[in-house]
Design a protein around this ligand. Structure first.
Ligand code: FES
Length: 77
């Protein structure tokens, strides 16, 4: 089952997000979420990064990949 996708090795993977910080780390307590569901991009193609905007669908189709977002859900009260 041959995989058919390309990974571009262009050096830094983060061209613009919070470059003033030595390392970008985010920790979220799920109970603190404002919305019931928040999806974070893991394909690096989102125009609303770090949030998923659905761009992974086009990426997956184009590269035969299977990436999707990290979805955080607020527990039901
Ligand atoms: Fe990147 Fe959805 S847009 S995971």
């Amino acid at each position: 089952n041959k995989r058919n996708f390309t990974v571009k090795a262009t050096g830094a993977i983060n061209p613009s997000i919070r470059k003033e910080e030595a390392k970008v780390v985010d920790a979220v307590e799920v109970t603190q979420l404002q919305k019931p569901i928040t999806a974070y991009c893991r394909c690096w193609k989102s125009e609303t990064f770090p949030l998923c905007d659905g761009a992974h669908g086009k990426h997956n189709k184009e590269f035969g990949d299977n990436v999707g977002p990290l979805v955080l859900k607020k527990p039901k009260e």
